[in-house]
Ligand binder design. Structure first.
Ligand code: AMP
Ligand code: ZN
Length: 115
């Protein structure tokens, strides 16, 4: 179910237009508005889940997100060079949007550990 006040639900339903990089039955991918690498996409389930822990309760939606991340990495030509898929979850991780989303980052050498 879409949450009426959730920005990413509005992206997923098309109520607010965003350029989609890719989509499948259960997930959509679009560019992060504040990119942290030359490739920085957000992969979100179409259904509303607050975070990746909640997303993990639905095998079909979790699979849709992970498969779309793989496809988006291929489309972005970072499958071979490498990429990071990050799900910030909760306050200590700095989650600011409470609709589950994976950050797909690539196109440069990424530091580890993150800050
Ligand atoms: P997080 O801090 O993990 O919750 O990440 C939220 C991400 O959503 C940030 O990287 C923001 O730059 C991104 N974001 C917020 N608003 C928008 C928007 N309107 N379009 C695209 N990305 C957005
Ligand atoms: Zn939502």
């Amino acid at each position: 179910m879409a949450e009426t006040s959730c920005l990413f639900c509005k992206f997923a339903t098309g109520e607010i237009q965003v350029e989609l990089i890719a989509q499948n039955d259960g997930a959509v991918a679009f560019a992060d508005i504040n990119p942290q690498a030359s490739i920085h996409l957000l992969i979100i389930p179409k259904q509303h889940f607050e975070n990746v822990g909640e997303l993990a309760t639905s095998a079909a939606d979790l699979q849709a997100v992970m498969q779309l991340a793989r496809q988006a990495a291929e489309l972005s030509k970072i499958s071979d060079t490498g990429y990071r898929l990050v799900f910030n979850t909760g306050a200590d991780a700095g989650q600011t949007v409470f609709h589950a989303h994976g950050h797909l980052l690539g196109g440069r050498s990424l530091q580890w550990p993150p800050g």
